[in-house]
Design a protein around this ligand. Structure first.
Ligand code: TK8
Length: 349
């Protein structure tokens, strides 16, 4: 029986090969130009992120891979790298500019070093909730900002979500502005974040995410701020004792593609990668929200002490950073700032 199958498959293989040799291989799909383009060569996307494989950011990347490989019939292959295997947000973004990497999904904060207007999202206490953030980012002003990336040889295909950032540290419970006094806090590489934490009385140091865990472990910094999903999934509870729901900034991620790679795609393929980045982003946002909801409890189960920020204490924080925001309006660009404030207002109507 086995032998018969073997023989049959050989006959089948020869028949298929003969059929291919006869016809025009390129039009064998019967639908004119296929999504793989004219040349038929496989293009490979090297896609990297900073967070680990348990994080929704990586699940989103896998979704992107699945959609793209399926829709292009394998003409575009996506290789995924997590945990900063290819570098941190800034160095991976530079690799996209050089054309040595094709995709990265960084936080918008370090992107402000490439396009200053992105710092509008670093304004503390800007978005009231995720739904308003979605509307603004996916709406006109958000898309306009993505367009500005082109001058930097980058194509912004979609916004994903990192989320509302909360403070952790190994020194003391933080309930009010006074408690920030002198705390060595790691911030993202972004001037507005740095100045906002200084205004709160902390002693901030900018640092790449890839160096953060060791810095906390060795006591180079006392604390950091990230959404609960990151704090839990990156096991920061192993080196941090306190967590407060400061919710001081909503961090978006941007799905970036190297412009030289994008320009080399067929129109069909450009549409496929764009749609896939949006679709995968919806999936990522959903998983991320579920994660941020459930992990605060698990952080406490892991032994972290949770401190809730009262309304009055949060207002104190808002007041403390207000002069910094004023100072940055012109650096970010008044027009962008006004547009974003207006979009936030509209989204709440
Ligand atoms: C991961 C970073 C991270 C960000 C940070 O690459 O640096 O703290 O919140 O998630 O983008």
């Amino acid at each position: 029986m086995k032998k018969l199958f073997g023989l049959l498959s050989i006959v089948l293989l020869i028949t298929v090969l003969a059929a291919c040799g006869n016809g025009d291989a390129e039009s064998s799909s019967g639908e004119g130009e296929s999504a793989s383009g004219d040349s038929g060569e496989t293009k490979t996307i090297k896609a990297g992120i900073g967070l680990n494989s348990d994080h929704p950011q990586y699940k989103g990347l896998l979704k992107f891979k699945e959609i793209v490989e399926e829709k292009t019939d394998g003409a575009i292959k996506v290789d995924t790298y997590h945990s900063g295997q290819l570098g941190d947000d800034r160095s991976m973004t530079e690799a996209l500019q050089l054309g040595t990497q094709e995709v990265v999904v960084p936080s918008t904060a370090p992107l402000a070093n490439f396009v200053p207007e992105f710092s509008v999202f670093d304004i503390p206490f800007l978005f009231p909730n995720e739904q308003v953030a979605d509307e603004v980012l996916d709406g006109e002003v958000g898309q306009e900002l993505l367009g500005k990336l082109e001058e930097q040889n980058l194509v912004g295909l979609a916004y994903w979500e990192n989320g509302f950032r909360d403070l952790t540290n190994s020194e003391r419970a933080v309930a009010s502005v006074d408690d920030f006094d002198g705390l060595k806090i790691r911030t993202m590489e972004n001037d507005l974040h740095l100045d906002a934490f200084k205004a709160l009385g902390a002693n901030p140091t900018p640092m790449a995410f890839t160096e953060l865990f060791t810095a906390m472990q060795q006591g180079t910094v006392d604390g950091q701020e990230n959404p609960y999903a990151t704090i839990y999934l990156q096991k920061f509870y192993e080196v941090q004792d306190h967590v407060s729901n400061t919710h001081h900034i909503y961090s978006p991620f941007v799905f970036l593609m190297s412009k030289s790679f994008y320009d080399g795609l067929t129109e069909d393929q450009q549409k496929i990668v764009k749609d896939a980045a949006v679709e995968a982003g919806k999936h990522e946002r959903k998983l991320n929200r579920e994660a941020n909801e459930k992990y605060l409890k698990q952080l406490q189960e892991e032994g972290m002490e949770y401190t809730e920020i009262s309304d009055e204490a949060r207002q104190e924080m808002v007041d403390a950073v207000a002069p910094v925001i004023e100072d940055y309006k012109s650096k970010i660009g008044e027009e962008t700032v006004d547009k974003v404030y207006k979009a936030i207002e509209d989204a709440q109507k």
